[in-house]
Design a protein around this ligand. Structure first.
Ligand SMILES: [Zn+2]
Length: 316
């Protein structure tokens, strides 16, 4: 019997799931809308429905070994409790692992999505074989995951790795976490769009239009063509991220920093200002040593990491 693990990436909009074997091959996928307007039971039922579909589909030589979920939330990954879920607040305080272990009859792990992505990239992606790495997900927010000596750093309550909430401006833009000036308020997709709108009056010649729904990809495309506003937004986002990462490079001396998420589509505009800010902030040796890598797994990083953790293994 081949062991198979079911993994879920529980976002505010989409519930993406996959059945993954012990070697990290994705055997089957599922994507459905997260019932975000529903109550806790609706969301639980949607996830259970997805798992049961895989169990019906993959019969025969497969034995289901566990269920792993990754979500953009502060979770206690030791106890499997959701502490604070900004996108799906109806799940706050849910004893996720306990509830799903009872419903599914499988071992369950719950992890923050960026922590899971760090594990996924180390298992099957950019940082394979790298013992010490920092993973940053630049999307709607800024997620982080830290791997030291091959092991994901979880902290006493399993909430560790929140790189996005390192303050880089003492009295900066207010953050959803309750602090101000967090790197998430400058380097996430949401923040870059806000920065573009704030700076637009200074760049009347910009190709970006204030009325349209801006995306980092549009800004990247305009920046490549020389749009000064777009270039300035990428420079600011990269500089603030570099302040946070430069400090982390001094603290952790990582071999690699892996960058994923939607904003990483703008890699070519991001990477030079990011590298130079890290070099400006970090000690020369660890600053020059650290490799900046682009995520290889994209949206699958969190799913694969959750599947790996669901297998009960600790070190990819
Ligand atoms: Zn914050």
């Amino acid at each position: 019997m081949e062991k198979v693990f079911i993994a879920a990436d529980l976002g505010g909009t989409n519930l993406r799931m996959a059945a993954v074997d012990s070697a990290g091959n994705i055997l089957s996928r599922d994507r459905r809308a997260t019932p975000s307007q529903g109550n806790q039971a609706d969301i639980i039922d949607a996830i259970v429905g997805g798992v049961e579909d895989f169990q019906r589909e993959l019969t025969g030589d497969y034995e289901f070994g566990g269920f792993g979920a990754a979500m953009p939330a502060i979770v206690n990954s030791h106890s499997g409790v959701i502490l604070r879920s900004p996108n799906l607040p109806q799940l706050n305080d849910l004893e996720f692992s306990k509830v799903f272990a009872e419903r599914l009859g499988l071992p369950v792990i719950l992890e923050n999505d960026a922590n899971a992505a760090a594990v996924g990239e180390r298992w099957k992606g950019a940082s394979q074989g790298v013992l010490n790495s920092i993973h940053v997900t630049l999307g709607t927010g800024v997620g982080g995951g830290i791997i030291i000596d091959g092991t994901l750093i979880r902290g006493i309550d399993g909430t560790a790795g929140e790189i996005g909430h390192i303050a880089v401006e003492p009295e900066g833009h207010p953050c959803g976490c309750g602090s101000r000036g967090c790197v998430e308020q400058y380097s996430s997709a949401t923040a870059m769009i806000r920065l573009a709108k704030e700076l637009m009056p200074k760049y009347p010649e910009t190709q970006l239009r204030s009325g349209s729904e801006l995306t980092p990809l549009e800004m990247f495309e305009a920046g490549v063509k020389g749009d000064r506003l777009s270039l300035e937004v990428f420079r600011l986002a990269a500089t603030y991220l570099g302040i946070a990462l430069g400090g982390l490079v001094n603290v952790l001396n990582p071999e690699a920093i892996v960058i994923g998420g939607g904003v990483s589509a703008g890699w070519d505009l991001l990477i030079e200002p990011l590298r130079s800010e890290i070099l400006r902030r970090a000690f020369p040796h660890p600053g020059e040593r650290v490799k900046l890598m682009r995520s290889e797994l994209g949206d699958d990083a969190g799913i694969l990491g959750a599947a790996f953790l669901a297998s009960g293994r600790i070190r990819p």
